[in-house]
Design a protein around this ligand. Sequence first.
Ligand code: SF4
Ligand code: SF4
Length: 161
Amino acid sequence: MEYRIHPKTGDKIGVVGIGAGPVGAALTPAQCIQYALDKPGVLTVLPGLRSVEGVKQALSYFTASPEARDYAAIASLTPKDAAGACVYCNHCQPCPAGLNVGLINKYYDLAAIGDTLAAEHYAKLSKTAADCTGCGHCGRRCPFHVAQPQRMKEIAAYFGK
Ligand code: SF4
Ligand code: SF4
């Protein structure tokens, strides 16, 4: 991540770029936008557009089905030492207990680095990590080999719910 200064407000803005590297090359535009939006703290995605066709491809995000936005294909690119880390893709959904697995993990990771807003959002969830039954469905579906039942216990202990 790098930082830029907003020209009018002077605010420091974090900028994450996805170029034509392995991730960008492996994903469709809709998958790429979803991947970027799922990263912690990302509020805006700005596609690099060079043609009308590029605009159409970027706009396809809005009509793409959840399956078409699913970027789990990049699991094969995940470095071995990064396997086991949740990337919030929700490929493991649906959870039989109704948990939003990706969102719960994202709020936890953000709260753990001091994001109080994420902790507030977590507190408002109707289903939290404490509702996990440990059924293991998500673990079997996760392309990134996250031991989610254990992680849910860790998250429930952290938030106390
Ligand atoms: S547990 Fe795996 S499949 Fe589920 S959101 Fe996290 S990375 Fe994606
Ligand atoms: S292990 Fe927990 S989070 Fe995963 S699918 Fe089962 S109930 Fe849902």
